[in-house]
Design a binder for this molecule. Structure first.
Ligand SMILES: [Fe+2]
Length: 352
């Protein structure tokens, strides 16, 4: 649209310099030059001549290149920020950048064999079982690992009242760092999804300490891991579809939550959070449900030990997916014959 007669006068040098500075971010929003001119109330000729003479205007009116007196920072500063991947904008100036709306459809996917462990609950963990877990993965030649939430307790971030002083976060961080370093050393790919205990940190920090930020606090190898804000991960192995979840639901009846989730996701399920161990078929005989247990040690958990309850005793285990089949391995002699790991390892080695 044509500018009004009052704006057709020749602009001064500082005005022309400012015109370019105002026009650029507007144009970057995707609007037409005509819209830019209308918004700034200038003619096409004024805009074009200012852009044509910009370098001269900058040299004459642009100050020392670091502060142009406009309060918005200089072009040089904005250009330098851009080299750091930072886009500066004028707060409160319209039009605003295009609104961004998140779509939550980026659940991680693992293809092939893998180790799956959730509810590690460092540092109140069964370290003997953790050692067996790493050793089992080595024997089976597993190169991928999924940490399915509740890696740490994050006790100081809970909203529950503390009966005794919680284990310091610094101690959790120290042990988690050692654990994750070992994961990154042993596995080519480590996927870390979130459990309710990680979400304590996310929530208390109002989302500022998100999954990635927490992983970086816990471990200097965080950028080598696939850290996901989701509480689920899809596994495709030998044509079988598995879904491992750290869901919010709990049932004291083993397999019940997984039975529902198997119908929801139409997949075999590996379920955490409940600290149950079980392997069974769903109600319709279609999918396998595994309650994976976890490598926690409830003997060192204050809230479990100090106050008696009728809750089921927590049970322990971890899961390996080998050629589409899910195996839950536990420290219980009547449940797990560890020689099966050796025979499985021999078959895996023969198949390579
Ligand atoms: Fe847990």
């Amino acid at each position: 649209m044509a500018a009004t007669a009052s704006t057709t006068r020749r602009l001064s040098g500082p005005e022309r310099l400012q015109l370019v500075r105002d026009a650029r971010p507007l144009k970057a929003t995707g609007i037409t030059w005509a819209d830019v001119e209308e918004h700034l109330n200038v003619t096409e000729g004024q805009r074009k001549s200012a852009f044509r003479d910009y370098d001269d205007l900058l040299a004459k009116w642009g100050g020392n290149g670091h502060d142009n007196g406009s309060g918005e920072g200089s072009d040089a500063a904005a250009a330098a920020a851009r080299t750091w991947g930072i886009e500066m904008y004028r707060f409160g100036k319209s039009p605003r950048p295009a609104p961004r709306v998140p779509v939550f459809n980026a659940v991680p996917v693992v293809v092939g064999n893998c180790l799956v462990v959730g509810d590690v609950h460092l540092p109140t963990s069964d370290y003997a079982l953790i050692d067996m877990m790493f050793e089992t993965a080595r024997k089976l030649g597993l190169t991928q690992m999924i940490i399915a939430g509740d890696l740490i307790n994050a006790d100081v971030f809970t909203t529950f009242d503390h009966e005794i002083p919680p284990i310091e976060f610094e101690d959790e961080e120290e042990i988690a760092g050692r654990f994750l370093s070992r994961c990154v050393e042993q596995f080519e790919r480590v996927v870390f999804i979130q459990g309710n205990h990680e979400r304590r940190v996310n929530k208390r920090s109002r989302g500022q300490l998100d999954a990635k930020a927490l992983a970086r606090i816990l471990n200097r190898y965080a950028d080598d891991m696939d850290v996901s804000p989701y509480g689920e991960c899809v596994i495709i192995s030998n044509g079988q579809r598995w879904h491992t979840v750290h869901q919010r639901n709990y049932s004291r009846i083993k397999g019940r939550v997984g039975n529902v989730l198997a119908q929801k996701y139409q997949a075999n399920m590996i379920v955490w959070h409940q600290h149950h161990v079980a392997k069974l078929m769903d109600d319709w005989g279609r999918y396998v449900i595994i309650d994976g247990g976890g490598t926690h040690d409830d003997k060192t958990m204050a809230y479990v030990q100090l106050t008696p309850s009728t809750s089921p005793v927590m049970t322990r285990g971890f899961v390996v997916i080998v050629d589409g089949v899910g195996h839950v391995l536990t420290p219980y002699a009547a449940f797990t014959d560890w020689r099966t790991v050796d025979s499985l390892a021999a078959r895996v080695a023969a198949g390579r």
